[in-house]
Design a protein around this ligand. Sequence first.
Ligand SMILES: Cc1cc2nc3c(=O)[nH]c(=O)nc-3n(C[C@H](O)[C@H](O)[C@H](O)COP(=O)(O)OP(=O)(O)OC[C@H]3O[C@@H](n4cnc5c(N)ncnc54)[C@H](O)[C@@H]3O)c2cc1C
Length: 461
Amino acid sequence: VKSADQYLQSIRDGRHVYLRGSRIRDVTVGEAFGPAVRRVARGYERYFRDEPEAWHPMYEVPSSPDMLRERLHLVEDNDVTTATSAAVLTLVTACSRSEVIEDRYGDQIRAYMDWVRREDLRVAELITDAKGDRSLPPSKQDDPDLYVRVVDRTESGIVVRGAKFHVSAAPVVHEFVTMPTKRMKVGEEEYATAFAVPANADGVRIIGSAQSPTEEDARHFPASANLAMPEAMIVFDDVFVPYERVFLDGEVAESALFAHSLGLWERLSGLVDIAHRADVLVGLAQLVAEANGVAGITHIKEKIADIIIYSTMIRAGIEASINAAEELPGGICTPSELYTNALKYYAAANYHIVLRNVQDVAGGSVVTAPTIGDLEHSEIGDYVAKYLRTSDDIDARYRLSLFHLIRDLTADAHGGKYMVGYLVGGGGLMAQQLVTRKHFDMERAKRAAILEGELAARSNS
Ligand SMILES: Cc1cc2nc3c(=O)[nH]c(=O)nc-3n(C[C@H](O)[C@H](O)[C@H](O)COP(=O)(O)OP(=O)(O)OC[C@H]3O[C@@H](n4cnc5c(N)ncnc54)[C@H](O)[C@@H]3O)c2cc1C
């Protein structure tokens, strides 16, 4: 596996990355992508083993609920590339779910996975197309490039054009695994394309968005200064993809399979992240309540209890999802579709309420507190120390650090990114409603309703 230095070296590869109107020639330099690069590098450091056969445990294909649980611990303990690299597991899952994919692409999917594992690469998942007018299918858009499509082919590969949006960690990974965002119809074969290209491939443009702090004093941004991860819009301007990296090529009937398989991995990893974030928010709400002297007040305790219930429901749902895992042909063990999607819906739909509770407990200083720089200022520092303290036990520095962390996590660019990301990442609420409906045993529910009615009718007679 790679060392941290080898990782840094490997992403100085001439990729075309842009941020806030400027070209970033080296993503490892400067603060725009600095927190993300450092975080991924720490992950490399952590798992580094100087042995030719070693690979990162995230590339272990889970074949039992226990292995699935292990994988989720890894996702929770590491940066988001541990989750996005599941794009490779998605390809393997697609083979297990479709004979067509297995027969036509199984060998090259496994060869790709072996290569990614051997080279210890990080991968981004590219699903979400530009989509233009959402009411129209790809083939009816006024610009045919609004969904990624094949525009040409040669003897050795395809040429693709289009754009994928919101791609997590894209500026700091090596490979882009790309797949259709939804089922394509007959006549839309050019859009039924899945493939992998390196981030520095000719014609790839990475237009980044980042929530890393732009101010000099990172103490005002205690979370995002260390944890911010960028997203990016990826443009494919006639990019050549050799056939050995093509995993779907015109099979419209199989085109939704990849998005469904990815959705499952993506939603479960997202849930692990939300569970972790919810625990942090419980702790922060309790700490700030204690620091403000309101921890014993009934409505404050109720609000914190609501966050505790949210976090506990998510942990319980993840456990249920693992315990009801399915074993697919080929031995891969995947989490329960029903439980994962129902839980993702619950977590996404209620996260805003969690934030509301934390902010209500903490008060307005979340967004107006002076900075640590103000506290240290020779002219105003004493005022800040005097008016921001609670008691001899709770001084201003401590309270300011709580307010800044809560603002960074809930009320600023980084927290706002998560607020939207948890809601729509892995597909919006509608996507989870659809999948939950599909996997719910409606016949059992109808039988139960009929039986209930019959029993009531009998007891009334
Ligand atoms: C922080 C973050 C990280 C993300 N990471 C990734 C990633 O790594 N890779 C990736 O591929 N994507 C990623 N996404 C994208 C995410 O999956 C999408 O945002 C999500 O699928 C919604 O798509 P959209 O943003 O284009 O919104 P839209 O599709 O425009 O949806 C907006 C609303 O319109 C509704 N809508 C849209 N079309 C229809 C229709 N035809 N019928 C009925 N209702 C419709 C939706 O249900 C929703 O309510 C990420 C998003 C965020 C915010």
